[in-house]
Design a protein around this ligand. Structure first.
Ligand code: AMP
Ligand code: GLY
Length: 447
């Protein structure tokens, strides 16, 4: 009764044995939500949850200095499954949002659910869609989902023999998680053979390279489309475009992402319909057929080729920095959607986005993604206009001041009626933020 009046009947927690629910009403009146992870993406999720009308009590493992402004951060590793289950049990979290790829791949969601804790994210079997490229490619082949043609090898000699007779260029991919570095684009036979040797013999990515995918090179614009998924229910988010290279004009080394904008003008309604029909729904059905229905956020990394949209990769989670532009555009309460997915009720929950645009520019430490220094004072944060969102990725708080503590330091997100307007907002806000050796791309949102 009482819980109905405070609109919590939808999220009841079982009482612990011997406990009286009514006496426990104080505890039930606030939802406790814990986010696993420590980047700009997790800060964007935490911030969106902090804006929820449910006013949840936020926790993070391990979180970061930005997240610590709005959540209780617990210094456990994001991959500490036992530690997270113990914390979730003792603190009686209503929801744990497992965000990064590695805890998903090792089964953190399975462990939480086994302990009776509601978790958002795919279980270990479903997370294979990201954690094993061979699994993803075989799934696409079996169910006719458009992707680059490929061969899969666990035997180095066989892989070498194949490459010696194949047409170039080729793309060589380590099967497992490799911090986003396991994809090598090879223009010549020699480069391809070197890539095989690097992954399979020199084991540059460890076990992740026990199996390799050797793939046809395809071309076209890239777009990321994330969707909330629960079994067969699909609720796509706005499309986004990531900028992975360190320098303007897509030059320099690959990074974790230097910026992003949403929506992508190339992802038209017509293309979205084709993608839903030929890629998204078939993927959800395939996962069900394979006995591992997906639940969580499914990220479709797409290439819009002249033969139609094709899958480059799947991720089993929110993207970084895509999340930093997608969530600020979300109209629906994120907490309602996360709970609905975790409870298998997504079909009944609308998911809506604004018609506006957003861009996020990453402020990085000079030298990133190679060698860089940290510990520099970040100046100007308090002068940033209120409608600009600052997401911390690599900062620390020392004596009341934020200092740099990572390669990617901050993500600065702005909204506007279109990308040009959002871009203007963000770059003018960035002019007021400084730290020694700060580097950012100046062309996010121009392409
Ligand atoms: P992935 O981690 O699989 O998304 O690959 C990283 C990047 O490599 C993609 O964003 C593409 O730019 C590129 N890439 C991956 N696979 C291919 C392919 N088959 N053909 C051309 N480029 C590719
Ligand atoms: N932005 C790509 C990723 O999150 O993997």
């Amino acid at each position: 009764m009482l819980r109905n009046t405070i609109k919590l009947s939808y999220y009841p927690l079982p009482a612990k044995p011997g406990e009286d629910r009514i006496q426990d009403k104080e505890r039930y009146s606030v939802l406790k939500v814990c986010i696993i992870g420590s980047g700009g993406r997790e800060h964007a999720i935490a911030q969106k949850l902090a804006e929820s009308p449910h006013r949840p009590e936020l926790w993070a493992v391990p979180g970061n200095a930005g997240i610590a402004q709005i959540a209780t951060c617990v210094p456990l590793k994001a991959t500490d499954v036992e530690g997270v289950v113990a914390l979730a049990t003792s603190e009686r979290f209503d929801l744990v949002v497992v965000t990064p790829d590695d805890p998903l791949a090792i089964g953190m969601v399975d462990a939480l659910q086994a302990a009776g804790i509601r978790a958002f994210g795919p279980n270990k079997a479903a997370a294979r869609i990201e954690s094993s490229k061979a699994f993803a490619k075989e799934l696409m082949k079996k169910y006719g989902i458009p992707t680059a043609n490929c061969e899969i090898f666990s035997d180095y000699e066989k892989a070498k023999a194949y490459v010696q007779a194949a047409e170039m260029p080729l793309v060589v991919k380590a099967d497992g998680l490799a911090l986003g570095k396991g994809v090598l684009i090879c223009n010549t036979r020699e480069e391809t053979l070197n890539a095989l040797e690097l992954i399979m013999i020199k084991r540059a990515f460890g076990d992740a390279g026990d199996t390799v995918v050797v793939e046809e090179f395809i071309s076209g614009p890239e777009v990321s489309v994330l969707a909330f998924v629960s079994g067969e229910t699909l609720k796509p988010m706005v499309s986004a475009q990531d900028h992975k290279r360190a320098l303007d004009g897509d030059k320099g080394l690959n990074t974790g992402g230097m910026g992003c904008f949403a929506p992508s003008p190339k992802y038209t309604k017509e293309i979205a319909d084709i993608v839903e029909e030929t890629i998204m729904r078939p993927t959800l059905k395939a996962m069900i057929q394979e006995g591992c229905p997906f639940s969580g956020v499914l990220y479709f990394g797409l290439m819009l080729t002249k033969d139609g949209p094709k899958v480059l990769e799947y991720n089993a989670r929110f993207g970084d920095p895509e999340t930093q532009v997608i969530l600020p555009l979300m109209k629906t309460d994120l907490l309602d959607v996360l709970l609905a997915v975790a409870d298998g009720k997504l079909a009944e929950t609308p998911v809506e986005f604004m018609d506006s645009a957003a861009i996020c520019v990453v402020l990085a430490s000079g030298g990133y993604p190679e060698k860089y220094e940290t510990g520099f004072l970040i100046d100007g944060l308090s002068g940033v206009p209120g409608d600009i969102r600052i997401y911390h990725a690599g900062t620390k708080l020392e004596a009341g001041a934020f200092k740099t503590a990572g390669g990617r330091v901050l993500g600065v997100t702005g909204l506007g009626p279109d990308i040009a307007a959002a871009r203007g907002q963000v770059y003018s806000a960035i002019e007021g933020i400084t730290f020694d050796r700060m580097h950012c791309r100046l062309d996010i949102g121009i392409k």
